[in-house]
Design a protein. Structure first.
Length: 359
């Protein structure tokens, strides 16, 4: 059959079918995701489609990818003052820059390097000699990461979102990965920063701070207060995110707790604007005094910790690993704070201490 006869034999329906096949085979080039899609973790109990109705702006793959790296073998537990902690800080700084935040550590930098000198006391020898005090101070270096979304109106008023980025590192040959403590809080702050930076600029300035060497005694946050990149008096409120990667079995599955609930009027106001927060149920543990928020609170700054730590047995153990993280809960925790933080950054409400409760 010649070419003309072939074309005359093609029916209209065949042409339409061919056209549909041709068009259907054309696909647009997909945009690259910010993070590669993770392999689905069995432990996370994630459905195939996660929380689209709850938090359409949340990047679940970003959360998992960031946490998997921070609490993975490459960083050896991010020990306080180690090069692994430094590498974690560099990783976070690069992400904040990618997300569109401005540097807030001073001199156009995202990282504040803290060199801390502290006197050390020598131990007594096995002989009867007296203890001697070393004349050489012990030098510790740690790294804080600070980024900001500058406000449009009351830009000298700061809402500070923070978490500590370090953990225990390698102890006696065992790696303490610190997935919940506190890679979970770190990635929570990072993801809030990413989402907020993509939205309308807030009225107040939002600063995110990832502190170094909290495990060594709040060293990073204390250094910042002594060498501030902006006046600490500008901080209207500080929310520290600490161990939000697993649910507290004493609470409802979607709830988080706030330390120092009865010390300020901040908690009830956040709840009134959508936060799934309740009072810290572990009063005997005195969590209000056990994280970086306390360094700020001692300076009179309203500073409280958001957490869902339920006293699980993996706290400060090598078993605090990525496979124990409930990513479904972690995503919900981050998403649940987005609205309240957005409100706090745009309102003129200023939280206050309850009389007699200021540390």
């Amino acid at each position: 059959m010649n070419l003309r006869k072939q074309f005359s034999a093609i029916t209209l329906s065949t042409l339409l079918a061919l056209l549909a096949t041709f068009c259907g085979g054309q696909t647009s080039v997909p945009q690259q995701p910010e993070q590669p899609p993770p392999r689905r973790a069995v432990h996370s109990h994630r459905p195939d489609v996660r929380e689209a109705a709850v938090a359409p702006a949340l990047c679940a793959s970003c959360v998992q990818s960031n946490l998997t790296y921070l609490a993975g073998p490459a960083l050896h537990g991010r020990g306080s003052g180690t090069e692994d902690e430094h590498r974690a800080a560099q990783f976070i700084a690069e992400k904040l820059k990618l997300y569109g935040l401005m540097p807030a550590a001073g001199d156009g930098q995202f990282i504040q390097t803290a060199t801390i000198h502290s006197p050390v006391t020598g131990n007594a020898s096995d002989s009867d000699s007296e203890e001697t005090k070393s004349s050489e101070p012990e030098v510790t270096t740690t790294w804080n990461v600070l980024g900001k979304i500058e406000g449009t109106g009351a830009k000298d008023e700061v809402i500070l979102l923070s978490a500590h980025l370090d953990h225990l590192g390698v102890v006696k040959g065992k790696t303490y990965y610190g997935a919940d403590d506190n890679a979970s809080g770190t990635v929570g702050v990072m993801e809030l920063a990413r989402i907020l930076a993509k939205g309308p600029r807030p009225n107040r300035t939002i600063v995110v701070a990832l502190w170094g060497s909290e495990e060594a005694g709040l060293l990073g946050s204390e250094y910042f207060l002594q060498h501030p990149a902006f006046p600490p008096k500008d901080i209207v409120a500080n929310l520290e995110f600490e161990m939000i990667g697993r649910r507290d079995q004493q609470l409802k599955s979607h709830e988080l707790w706030l330390s120092g609930w009865d010390r300020t009027n901040l908690g009830p106001e956040l709840v009134a604007h959508g936060a799934d927060l309740v009072a810290d149920p572990h009063k005997a543990e005195k969590f209000f005094t056990r994280s970086d928020n306390f360094a700020l609170a001692k300076q009179g700054i309203i500073a409280q910790t958001v957490s869902s730590y339920g006293l699980h047995a993996d706290y400060h153990q090598p078993t605090d690993t990525v496979d124990k993280i409930d990513f479904q809960h972690l995503d919900r925790a981050i998403a649940s704070m987005l609205g309240p933080v957005t409100w706090l950054a745009n309102t003129d409400f200023k939280p206050e201490w309850v009389e007699g409760k200021k540390p």
